[in-house]
Write a protein that binds this ligand. Structure first.
Ligand SMILES: [Zn+2]
Length: 306
């Protein structure tokens, strides 16, 4: 019996080791230039000498330590900095500069001025003067929104990698994934010594939620988010609106439950993965959320489902 246990333990250790080293999809690194900028994770770029990525790397270095601690992992992953011209070759979705996490160990971030930041910067040009003043305070005289769209959101994507490492590409609901991504984003930003990164997320999304650009959105419910996900993602405005809803809910959850909620939520995603739990209908899923996390949690995340 004892021998059998040791054998099983040994096999489990080997398969764990195998999963760790095999999980990064290296076919996505073809044609990219490897950068030696940190020992914490691998970095590649579509330009030989990329500029202005040190700040992102520093932020991810610190956040990796936070996530490793919160999730009891030592996650291996790679960050790919891709310029707009090469975006479609390496990222799985437009627009160029939209941070994304692949299922297998890779995160894609924009390089140079990303199209998504540029569009947002153009969008706020007509905003009232007090809004400009506020944004300048957090994003500098030139209002550089890559500080949000690349640097701040990279924490969100890194959170997804910790999720995918355990769940693979399977998930019960996309909205649960995105709520989790935002919870990771909030937790990691709040763990930093300075409040600067968190304030950038908070201020920009508060400003956007008061603007007129979201007055006539086509999709607003969670079931639409599930069923029309790719249409919503491609219509960037509507996707931005959903993300902001998730962000403010994640902020409340983190205020109430602190860092422990991150690991509890990831465990929930693993347990309710369709591979493990099968396909759950809305009613069953809501019951499970309420049972696991209680009424306060449920009241914050509940939303018009239909
Ligand atoms: Zn996400």
């Amino acid at each position: 019996m004892k021998l059998r246990f040791i054998f099983l333990l040994f096999t489990a250790l080997i398969s764990c080791e195998k999963r760790e080293s095999n999980w990064i999809d290296r076919s996505k690194h073809e044609g990219l230039f490897k950068q030696e900028l940190t020992d914490e994770f691998e970095v590649y770029a579509s330009l030989e000498e990329p500029k202005n990525i040190n700040n992102s790397i520093l932020l991810l270095d610190t956040s990796k330590k936070y996530f490793d601690n919160v999730f009891s992992e030592n996650l291996k992953f790679a960050v790919l900095f891709i310029d707009s011209e090469n975006w479609d070759k390496y990222a799985f979705s437009p627009p160029p500069g939209m941070p994304q996490a692949y299922y297998q160990g890779n995160m894609v971030l924009g390089l140079g001025k990303s199209v998504i930041a540029l569009n947002a910067e153009n969008g706020i040009k007509n905003a009232p003067e007090p809004v400009h003043k506020l944004l300048k305070k957090h994003f500098g005289e030139d209002i550089d929104l890559d500080l949000f769209y690349r640097d701040a959101l990279s924490l969100h994507e890194l959170g997804h990698l910790y999720q995918f490492y355990r769940t693979g590409k399977y998930s019960q609901r996309k909205w649960l994934n995105e709520l989790f991504g935002n919870l990771c984003q909030v937790g990691a930003a709040r763990s930093l010594d300075s409040e600067m990164v968190f304030n950038r997320m908070d201020v920009l999304q508060s400003v956007m939620s008061k603007g007129k650009q979201w007055d006539n959105l086509k999709f607003k419910t969670l079931s639409q988010f599930e069923n029309d996900y790719f249409t919503i993602m491609q219509a960037g405005q509507n996707y931005g609106w959903y993300q902001t809803q998730f962000f403010f809910r994640a902020k409340k959850l983190h205020e109430l439950f602190g860092d422990t909620i991150l690991n509890q939520f990831r465990n929930f995603l693993m347990e309710t993965s369709p591979e493990v739990a099968g396909e759950l209908d809305d009613e069953t899923l809501q019951k499970l959320i309420r049972e696991r996390f209680g009424n306060d949690f449920f009241e914050i995340v509940q939303w018009d489902y239909h």
